[in-house]
Design a protein around this ligand. Structure first.
Ligand SMILES: Cc1cc2nc3c(=O)[nH]c(=O)nc-3n(C[C@H](O)[C@H](O)[C@H](O)COP(=O)(O)OP(=O)(O)OC[C@H]3O[C@@H](n4cnc5c(N)ncnc54)[C@H](O)[C@@H]3O)c2cc1C
Length: 282
C-alpha cells in the first residue's frame, strides 16, 4: 500500500489512523480494535529526519527514540529532553511526535518544545498539502484542525542559529512515567554583544493547549546575558496571563503558577550556563 493509496481511501470516508498506537489503543478501553485502519508506520517516506534548504522536516512516523538518537543542532536540546520524558523506553520506541500532536493532550510532552521551535504541521489529503503552524493546529483539549480525510505527513521546523540553546523541564509527582503538573521549554539565543536576540518560552499542562509566553518573551528580548538577576526579577513580575491552570489531582492552579515561575528561572539559568560554556569553547 502506498501513502497516496491510503490518502485516496481516506478521501472516500473516515478510517481510523494509527502510528505507534500508544494513545490509540489505550483510548479504546473495552472496545475491540477496528478491523480496518491505516497504519502510517508502513510508509518509509514518513520515517526520515531531513535538513532541507532552510528547515528541518521530521516525518510523521519518526519515533521519540529516533529523535533521541538523531544528530540535531543544539536548539533541539529541549525536544530531545522531552523525548526522554515520554513514558518509558518501550513507549519512546513505538510512539511518534505526530501522534503526540494529534492526540492533543494538554500534557503532551512534545508540544512545548515544538512550539518554542516555531514548528508547523504538514497535512496531506489525496489532492492537497497544507502547512499549519503548530500554534494553530491544536485547537483545544483533544481537538486539532486535522480533517478526517487528512494525515499529518511531517513536522517542519525552521533552521535556527547554530548558537541557539534550549532546555525542557517536566515537573511531575515522581521522576518517571508521569503526567506533568507543569512543563516548559526555553530557547534562547544571544548576539555577539551578549544581547538576547531570540527568546521562546512555551508552557504545557497549565492551559487547555500549551502556550508561548509571548509577553515575557518580548520583555526578555534585548536583555544582556550577564543580567541574570534582572531576568529572574522579570520572570517573578510576569503576569503569565497566557496561562489558565486548573485545580486537579496533580496540583492546584496556584501551585502550578508558582511552579512555572520557579522552574522557568532554573531553566533560563541553565540555558544561559550552557550558552556561556559553549562560548568558552570557541
Ligand atoms: C504507558 C504510557 C505512558 C505515556 N507517557 C507519556 C508521557 O510521559 N508524555 C506524553 O506526552 N505522552 C505519553 N503517553 C502518550 C503517548 O505515548 C504519546 O502521546 C505518543 O507520542 C503518541 O504517539 P503514537 O504514535 O503512539 O500515537 P497513536 O496512538 O498511534 O495516535 C494518537 C492519535 O493520533 C492519530 N494519529 C497518529 N498519527 C497520525 C497521523 N500521521 N495523521 C493523522 N492522525 C494521526 C491517531 O489516529 C490517534 O488519534 C503515554 C502513553 C502510555 C501508554
Amino acid at each position: 500500500v502506498s501513502l497516496q493509496l491510503a490518502l485516496d481511501r481516506l478521501a472516500k470516508g473516515p478510517l481510523p489512523v494509527v502510528a505507534g498506537g500508544t494513545d490509540f489503543y489505550p483510548a479504546l478501553m473495552d472496545k475491540s480494535a477496528p478491523a480496518d485502519l491505516i497504519d502510517i508506520t508502513q510508509f518509509d517516506e514518513l520515517k526520515a529526519i531531513d535538513a532541507i534548504d532552510d528547515e528541518w522536516r521530521i516525518g510523521a512516523a519518526v519515533t521519540w527514540t529516533d529523535i533521541i538518537r538523531a544528530n540535531l543542532p543544539p536548539a533541539f536540546a529541549a525536544l530531545k529532553a522531552a523525548a526522554k520524558e515520554v513514558g518509558s523506553v518501550q513507549i519512546q520506541n513505538r510512539a511518534t511526535l505526530a501522534g503526540n500532536l494529534c492526540n492533543a493532550s494538554p500534557a503532551a510532552d512534545g508540544v512545548p518544545a515544538l512550539l518554542a521551535l516555531n514548528a508547523s504541521v504538514e497535512l496531506r489529503c489525496a489532492s492537497v498539502t497544507r502547512i499549519v503552524p503548530l500554534a494553530n493546529f491544536i485547537t483545544g483539549v483533544r481537538t486539532t484542525t486535522c480533517r478526517s480525510d487528512e494525515l499529518i505527513t511531517a513536522i517542519h521546523i525552521p533552521t535556527l542559529s547554530a548558537t541557539e540553546r534550549s532546555t525542557f523541564v517536566k515537573l511531575g509527582a515522581r521522576k518517571y512515567l508521569v503526567i506533568s503538573i507543569a512543563m516548559l521549554a526555553v530557547n534562547l539565543d544571544f548576539d555577539e554583544s551578549g544581547k538576547c536576540c531570540r527568546c521562546a518560552i512555551a508552557v504545557g499542562s497549565c492551559s487547555p493547549v500549551a502556550q508561548r509566553l509571548t509577553e515575557l518573551e518580548q520583555v526578555l528580548l534585548g536583555m544582556s546575558i550577564d543580567d541574570t538577576e534582572k531576568i529572574k526579577e522579570y520572570i517573578d513580575a510576569a503576569s503569565l496571563s497566557e496561562l489558565s491552570p486548573i485545580d486537579d489531582v496533580r496540583g492546584s492552579a496556584v501551585y502550578r503558577l508558582l511552579a512555572v515561575r520557579s522552574v522557568l528561572k532554573r531553566a533560563v539559568s541553565s540555558v544561559i550556563n550552557d550558552y556561556n560554556s559553549s562560548r568558552k569553547l570557541i
